[in-house]
Ligand binder design. Structure first.
Ligand code: SF4
Ligand code: SF4
Length: 444
């Protein structure tokens, strides 16, 4: 029998050693808050990882389950005074549990092969699946199947997946955005926009809005047709090899030297895209290009503030907006002020802060599918805080959060209180620019 691979052992040991066990991260950790068990805390997980790296512990099923239970929200990193790089530990820990086989079962292997290595590896496959999903919804078949009670005959999880499937739009990003678009005046910057995977099929309006605000701010925008999935879901789910393959593909099709910035409007993608340098550091053929790439990646809000975006001037009706901070924007990228600066710049917007704005909403990639109980607990907690602000618009900068919060509002019971609109901040900014010229048509 071949020895179990020890990916944690191959980590720079200083990363494993950083934790000084102070426990300051515990109150910020959602899973610790749910159970109050040390093993479900960042400190507990780091101890387990270190024990495996030291060869004192094997990679057990319990360890794999612990890594699955961790959201990867990185709230612990923000809280940690010792600068523990939990993002690296988390990815290595999940990769360890996958590589050792401790996490695997036949159905898990099948789902991972289909989603990570087929759907998210081939943009054409994702588009084809999205079109089928749209047909299923638009034809009324979905409603019929749900009413028939068909899902009660199947494993509970399948019904859950059906309920959580994102709403697919008629046109994807390439149907509403040209490959190259130029501003009305002279271009001051040249940027590439990454359209993402879920964003591309479920929220292409966010990509359209991103391009619109960039044009308004003097950027020539390229939205490369040959872009692939960024690989963030792969890295966060322990498939680092496929994540590297996708990063190489991205670097083959988009030359960072051609652009002033490479922009993402999805917090989870942006956080991963910024670390291509770390991901490909050991690949001599790509390390240089990956470093150049990482230096150019920006979140859209970060870029707009960096270039001094123009404040819209059209008069507008007052609207109360609250803001949910996507984990991989605030904890993963340290971006908290810029989205607020954008929201405050929009005429009529009154920004109302909500409690626990930086606490995970329970979306966390595929967490709502793999850990539905904890995910729903976090979602309902989040929706309660957002609701208590009284705002009828919730801004958030990640498609997973947008879906999760939308579903949370949709599932509320009781008296009708109106369903808040959940929207990316850049969509509100684009709408404010459009309002300056009422004759300008809204995008499809
Ligand atoms: S990533 Fe989130 S869930 Fe995981 S240990 Fe850190 S705070 Fe807890
Ligand atoms: S991860 Fe950081 S905050 Fe948490 S126990 Fe270790 S040193 Fe303290």
């Amino acid at each position: 029998m071949s020895p179990e691979p020890n990916l944690l052992k191959s980590l720079d040991y200083s990363v494993l050693q950083q934790c000084m066990h102070c426990g300051l991260c515990l109150p910020t950790c959602p899973t610790y808050l749910e159970t109050r068990h040390e093993r479900n805390s960042p400190r507990g997980r780091i101890s387990l990882m270190r024990a495996i790296a030291d060869g004192e512990l094997g990679t057990t099923r319990a360890f794999a389950e612990e890594m699955d239970y961790c959201l990867g929200c990185l709230a612990c990193m923000t809280a940690c005074p010792a600068g523990v790089d939990y993002a690296t530990l988390f990815e290595a820990g999940r990769a360890q549990s996958e590589a050792s086989g401790a996490a695997s079962g036949p159905s898990r292997r099948l789902v991972r092969a289909f989603t990570l290595r087929f759907l998210l590896f081939r943009p054409w496959a994702l588009h084809a699946a999205a079109r089928l999903l749209r047909l299923y919804e638009a034809s009324g078949l979905r409603r019929l199947v749900r009413r028939s009670g068909f899902f009660s005959l199947l494993p509970k999880r399948l019904g859950e997946w059906d309920r959580q499937a994102p709403p697919i739009q008629r046109h994807f990003s390439d149907g509403i955005i040209a490959a190259v678009e130029t501003p009305r005046g002279p271009a001051r910057h040249r940027v590439a926009v990454l359209s993402g995977c879920i964003q591309d099929v479920a929220f292409p309006d966010v990509n359209r809005a991103t391009v619109d605000v960039l044009l308004e701010n003097g950027c020539a925008v390229e939205t490369p047709r040959a872009q692939s999935c960024c690989g963030s879901l792969h890295a966060h789910n322990g498939d680092l090899e496929t994540a590297r393959e996708l990063a190489r593909r991205q670097l083959d099709s988009i030359d960072p030297g051609q652009f002033d910035a490479i922009l993402s409007n999805s917090a989870g993608c942006g956080s991963h895209l910024k670390h291509y340098d770390r991901l490909l550091a050991g690949d001599p053929a790509y390390a240089g290009r990956a470093a150049a790439w990482s230096a150019k990646v920006r979140d859209i809000s970060e870029w707009l503030v960096e270039i001094g975006f123009r404040r819209p001037v059209a008069p507008a009706r007052p609207v109360a907006v609250t803001y949910h901070e996507a984990c991989h924007l605030c904890h993963g990228q340290g971006i908290t002020a810029q989205p607020r600066e954008i929201l405050r710049a929009i005429p009529g917007v009154e920004l109302r802060e909500c409690a626990e704005a930086t606490m995970c909403c329970g979306s966390a990639g595929v967490y709502s599918l793999t850990q539905p109980g904890t995910s729903a607990w976090l979602r309902d907690r989040k929706v309660g805080h957002l609701r208590s602000t009284g705002a009828m618009v919730v801004a958030t900068a990640n498609p997973g959060c947008q879906l999760q919060i939308q579903q949370g509002f949709a599932m509320e019971t009781g008296e009708l209180r109106g369903r808040p609109r959940v929207v990316h901040p850049v969509v509100l900014l684009a709408e404010a620019y459009r309002a300056e010229t009422p004759s300008r048509p809204a995008p499809p």
